[in-house]
Design a binder for this molecule. Structure first.
Ligand code: SF4
Length: 92
């Protein structure tokens, strides 16, 4: 079975030929991820923010995180990043 990734802006198409075994592995991975997400969703539904199923992992990227305003651990990392803060200075 062939799977293809179509990059619309450039028209480039990248193809990969799956075997029955490689496709079964990918489907099993997807099923496993879905099972984990269902567990986390149920934990949050039952315990709300007291759930420890999906703990915050503060780090350098917290300053750019879309969920930072709801995350005390992320806020403790530092102030929110300015939108242009990650841009490299130009030498001109
Ligand atoms: S701000 Fe919170 S949710 Fe966002 S990356 Fe940091 S720890 Fe994770």
């Amino acid at each position: 079975m062939t799977v293809e990734l179509h990059h619309v802006p450039t028209g480039e198409v990248v193809a990969y030929e799956h075997t029955r075994e490689s496709l079964d592995r990918k489907l099993a991975e997807a099923d496993s991820i879905v099972a984990d997400l269902i567990d986390v969703d149920q934990s949050y539904e039952q315990q709300g923010t007291a759930s420890t199923a999906f703990p915050p992992r503060p780090g350098a990227m917290c300053r750019w995180c879309d969920f930072r305003e709801h995350c005390p651990e992320g806020q403790a990392v530092g102030s929110a990043a300015l939108p242009w803060e990650a841009l490299e200075p130009t030498s001109a």
